[in-house]
Design a protein around this ligand. Structure first.
Ligand code: CMC
Length: 391
């Protein structure tokens, strides 16, 4: 009844118009609100980029200060949330912890669901921008068994996150500008990517007028999968396995090409980029710089570079236009910064937060209808019901 085409994976279906992120996969161009990702990664701070994505313009310094102050004013997470955190086993994956706690925040901030006025929407936005980093840091501390830490209003947004993650109980937090700058850059590069799986999830959940936090929680779960944000963890585990196995990259290349083998070269390929992923170029360069600035030598970086070189010269990868994506090198930087591998996708979520918020806000402001795809039914036609005793 009216459904003539199906498009599995929505490979060729647009779901909305959007003025947030421009992406040209053939030419490897990525722009947020018209600004080149290369310029933003080099010159802007993550909080400026968050403001740009959410409100459409780069902030003046007064606007940026106000935004940051409003966020700081909302950065206290109710003490009772800790009880929920306590209930998780230490082995729980931090992505599950993060999505659960993001959902749990709704119970503590029920007014965040009402976003009918611009003011209410702004309140919900600064609320989650303030509380989300706390949840991220707590998810890490749960995992490592460290006492929970609180933010410091005197620190920058990104530095404060690092402080909440890494400050040792009985010592001063040590500021390391290389680490702060590297994280800032990584978060900017992850901040938005138009209608990817998690962002589409946020928009579709939000389209039922579920609140912002509920939509974000759904987005976090979508991001978790290894074909999406979970790839950054999967890449590092893959590189580690190759190292343990004697560093034989050719063996893993052969596995990736074998159609009988489910193994894929993690961190390679992209639905939209068919030439190169501009984010991967920036991250590869940053990986070299950050490791050298921190004096870290990681044999995994050499394995990654070797694998990339082989893949770029291999007809299988060349024919299918498979290139390293944003996740291929990011984990190497996270690791050099002392972030455990299970936290990598959480760091991705932290970066994607402003993008999700911007896309959700745009969807609500555009008064988009509820997302409700159609299907082509291919099951049984009418069947007679038989009582259980007669089957
Ligand atoms: N290793 C080996 N073969 C691959 C890979 C890979 N990483 N990626 C795609 N292919 C092959 C695939 O088997 C198919 O071959 P054929 O035409 O012979 O059947 C062809 O390339 C096209 O792949 P596809 O799966 O139809 O493409 P897609 O657009 O549905 O999937 C993708 C895109 C990113 C899910 C996929 O490339 C992949 O699984 N990559 C590995 C996981 C990964 O790195 N994900 C992160 C993506 S970027 C950041 C993010 O989104 O979070």
């Amino acid at each position: 009844d009216g459904v003539t085409t199906i498009d599995p994976g929505f490979k060729n279906t647009g779901s909305c118009t959007s003025a947030i992120t421009f992406l040209n996969g053939e030419e490897g161009i990525l722009r947020y609100r018209g600004y080149a990702i290369e310029d933003l990664a080099e010159k802007a701070s993550f909080l400026e980029v968050a403001y740009l994505l959410i409100f459409g313009e780069l902030p003046t310094s007064d606007q940026l200060d106000k935004f940051h102050n409003d966020i700081k004013a909302q950065s206290h997470v109710d003490e009772d949330v800790k009880k929920i955190l306590d209930g998780f086993p230490k082995s729980a994956h931090p992505m599950g912890v993060l999505s659960s706690l993001t959902s749990a925040l709704i119970a503590f901030n029920p007014s965040s669901v009402n976003v009918d006025s611009e003011e209410d929407m702004y309140k919900a936005i600064v609320n989650i921008m303030g509380k989300f980093p706390v949840l991220v840091a707590w998810a890490l501390r749960k995992r490592t068994g460290q006492p929970l830490d609180y933010g410091d209003d005197n620190l920058g947004y990104v530095e404060n996150i690092l402080k909440m993650m890494f400050k040792k109980p009985n010592s001063e937090y040590k500021h390391n500008q290389v680490v702060v700058d590297a994280l800032d850059k990584l978060l900017i590069l992850h901040a938005d990517h138009e209608q990817n799986c998690s962002t589409s999830t946020v928009r579709i959940v939000g389209s039922s007028h579920a609140g912002l936090f509920a939509s974000l929680s759904a987005g976090i779960n979508a991001l978790w999968g290894p074909l999406h944000g979970g790839a950054n963890q999967a890449v590092l585990e893959m590189l580690e396995a190759i190292k343990e196995d004697g560093g034989d990259t050719k063996k893993y290349m052969a596995k990736a090409k074998d159609k009988e083998d489910p193994f894929r070269l993690m961190g390679f390929g992209h639905r939209v980029y068919k030439n190169f992923d501009p984010r991967a170029r920036i991250i590869k360069k940053a990986a070299d710089e950050v490791l050298s600035d921190l004096g870290v030598e990681d044999p995994i970086l050499e394995i990654a570079k070797g694998l990339e070189k082989e893949a770029l010269n291999d007809p299988y990868f060349v024919d299918r236009k498979l290139y390293p994506n944003v996740d291929f090198y990011s984990g190497i930087i996270y690791r050099a910064m002392g972030i455990p591998v299970e936290m990598f996708t959480v760091m991705f979520a932290l970066g994607r937060l402003p993008g999700w918020i911007a896309q959700w806000k745009e969807m609500r402001e555009n008064k988009e209808p509820i997302g409700r795809p159609r299907q082509v039914y291919v099951g049984e036609t009418h069947r007679e019901f038989k009582e259980v005793s007669k089957r």
